[in-house]
Write a protein that binds this ligand. Sequence first.
Ligand code: DI6
Ligand code: FE
Length: 411
Amino acid sequence: MTASVTAAQSATSRLLVDLDAATLTETGAAYGMIPDAAIVLEGDRIAWVGARNALPQEYQHLEMQSLGGRIVTPGLIDCHTHIVHGGNRAAEFEMRLNGASYEEVARAGGGIVSTVTATRAASEAELLASALRRVDVLIAEGVTSIEIKSGYGLDIETELRMLRAARAVATHRPIHVKTTFLGAHATPAEYKGRDDAYIDEVCIPALHAAHAEGLVDAVDGFCEGIAFQPAQIARVFDVAQELGLPVKLHAEQLSNLGGAKLAAQYGALSADHIEYLDETGVIAMAEAGTVAVILPGAFYTLRETQAPPIDLLRKHAVPMALATDINPGSSPLNSLLLTLNMGCTLFRMTPEEALRGATQNAARALSLADAGTIAPGMRADLAVWDITHPAELSYRIGFNPLHTRIFGGLL
Ligand code: DI6
Ligand code: FE
């Protein structure tokens, strides 16, 4: 099949035709599929989508662009990343595989502390440059929106620098960025054993400062035995609430501290990881409309054996998203397509759940009201794939069938 897409950089109305199918539309069909579809773009928005033979009269004069019988999905959305960070942990990875214990790695300066040190040492330009290399790989897979967290600075200045670099990603590349303040990620060495003092003296003042600079779209925390207790997270969430910011939480990744339930009490956008989530937590999420963000990259890297409770999430109709969790420690996974495959193979999610997880439900986890589906009024962020069935997106391993990415109506 040969490509026959004409690049039109103007922001006038255009008609995309010769689609084998448009997916994730609002029809009730599997994948929201409309076979033999047409899509009308007006500026950076979708004006109309439907069967080609049902194209309204008013659009019939438009310049037509053929997509050569390909399948179109919404642009993909990676709703949980730590893509801005200094350094990497390859040496630690190697030490572990040569038999070093967790303690030996920590004594050699490894673990999250080493990423904090590298991030503090990096300038904003350096943080941006290294993030852009990773972002470019996602863009090449049809990703049009990402979330980026702070949380490797753990001092006021570096948390702000990370968030400025995160915002700068969207000015250097055609991608939407939602920023998340994750000051409650870990306690830095200088506050060892004084978690509460860290929350009061660094985390909360950093949140106020970042918010004042317009750098925060949501507030996150790491609720875990090795990180922060629910009561400490609640203090940060109280501040988020005062500032009118939505919250989300790394919850139930390694144990069950009731983090998802706590997040749900604050009307959280999402609870993420959730391998150890129980039914009470699932019900709390269902009632609050909190999205379950599934992160198979960390599960795989940590060789975790407890899978997230996919059946319970289905039973209570909790929307599921899938994300990379790109970070240098527990998830050096720089592919959202591979993440879809892992969600299916490791957790038995269906290919349709996986695709909705990286589009529609990922948008919801980020409170992105105008992305994640192909519908009138939504942003014209689309991915055109050289595939004949949408399940191919999660079926293949290490293969990228992206043909064209359309961002804000532009090819
Ligand atoms: N969950 C994780 O798995 C990571 N952070 C988090 O909140 C680990 C981060 C790291 O090791 O750098
Ligand atoms: Fe994470």
